[in-house]
Write a protein that binds this ligand. Structure first.
Ligand SMILES: C[S@@+](CC[C@H](N)C(=O)[O-])C[C@H]1O[C@@H](n2cnc3c(N)ncnc32)[C@H](O)[C@@H]1O
Length: 339
């Protein structure tokens, strides 16, 4: 942990300021602290720094489902192949923020996983706080040790250990629907953006009503499907119901067994046409394996419409700047500005 992180931190229990406890010396700017103890200046709660990473979970601990979420995502992202060439393009598309607008921005990667998009934001010139529930963010440690622009924090988005209005940009890509309540997590993240800052979020989509589905923005290469929308709406609903039933079992399977079962799914994902029955059609087998696990393993997987997400931005006082175009399975993404 670097000293520069301290002014951004707040107690996850009471929101009070955070100071060093029992450090034994005054830390120098940019000194990397491998271990130590942080304390809340208001309520006195204590939080360890372990292996360079401050762990600011709420003092009450995580409940059973959140512990499961933490364990399953830790397993998943520790096995992910690593950064891929496509990451930059995916990041720029999904955040909806052009490459030229990242330089010198203080960003929160809210639910960073193994940090593939933290790396992209750093390469675009941003300062990044990479934040996650799981310990997969340890994969960013070698970079954090040599890059002053990167900070790592572990904690829970329901009780984010950051001051209000602390960040220029917060991005949360495929995360909030994995918490107990997407709306509450959204509100917590939205409050951490500065005035005139940007918040960009995507969450899993549901087909919803036909009126909603038919108004979804299709990507340029999917426009030809527009006349087939009524049929596609039924197929996407059928797929969602089947998947929800399957997940009643898979979210309860032991992690190694479920991971093993994802191998045949990943193999099918390489077969033309049949591949659409699986949960990943990525060209790389190793990525398909993780993406199938990512779909079937997490205990929470809420799905939303674009109307819901746009409504949340409005309720938190944001101006909606743009929304994400996608394929036939809705991927609901909105970029907003806090006026
Ligand atoms: C599907 S992954 C996405 C990771 C990353 N955004 C990416 O696209 O590579 C979801 C991430 O959300 C994290 N997560 C889930 N619940 C969380 C919570 N309550 N607080 C913080 N992170 C959470 C998980 O640990 C996991 O790394």
């Amino acid at each position: 942990m670097k000293l520069g992180l301290l002014p951004l931190l707040a107690c996850p229990d009471c929101g009070g300021g955070i100071k060093f406890a029992e450090l034994g010396h005054d830390p120098r700017m940019n000194e990397e602290l491998e271990k130590g103890l942080l304390a809340c200046a208001s309520c006195g709660a204590r939080f360890p720094i372990e292996n360079h990473i401050p762990k600011l979970y709420p003092s009450g601990g995580l409940d059973f489902q959140n512990r499961k979420t933490k364990k399953r995502f830790g397993w998943e992202w520790k096995r992910y192949p690593g950064s891929l060439d496509e990451d930059r393009g995916v990041f720029l598309t999904e955040t909806q923020i052009p490459a030229g607008e990242w330089k010198d921005k203080l960003c929160l990667d809210a639910g960073c996983g193994m940090g593939r998009y933290s790396r992209v934001a750093l390469d675009l010139g941003a300062q990044v706080v990479a934040f996650d529930l799981s310990d997969a963010l340890e994969r960013l440690l070698p970079r954090a040790l040599e890059d002053r622009a990167l900070h790592l924090v572990q904690g829970d988005l329901f009780h984010p250990p950051f001051k209000p209005a602390a960040f220029d940009v917060i991005y949360s890509l495929g995360v909030l629907h994995h918490t107990p309540d997407t709306r509450t997590a959204f509100g917590q993240v939205a409050k951490r953006v500065k005035r005139d800052g940007r918040l960009t979020v995507w969450v899993y989509g549901t087909p919803g009503s036909y009126a909603s589905f038919s108004g979804n923005p299709l990507r340029g290469d999917r426009q030809w499907l527009a006349p087939l929308r009524p049929l596609i709406w039924l197929i996407v609903w059928a797929r969602q119901i089947l998947s929800d039933v399957l997940r009643l079992v898979t979210t309860r399977l032991p992690v190694p067994l479920l991971y093993l079962l994802c191998y045949p799914l990943a193999a099918l994902g390489g077969v033309p046409v049949v591949k659409y029955l699986t949960y990943s059609v990525h060209a790389d087998f190793r990525v398909r394996l993780i993406e199938n696990f990512d779909w079937l393993a997490p205990p929470y997987q809420h799905k939303h419409t674009k109307e819901e997400l746009r409504g949340w931005f409005a309720e938190e006082g944001y101006e909606v700047l743009s929304q994400l175009a996608h394929g036939v399975v809705p991927k609901v993404g909105v970029l907003g500005r806090k006026p």
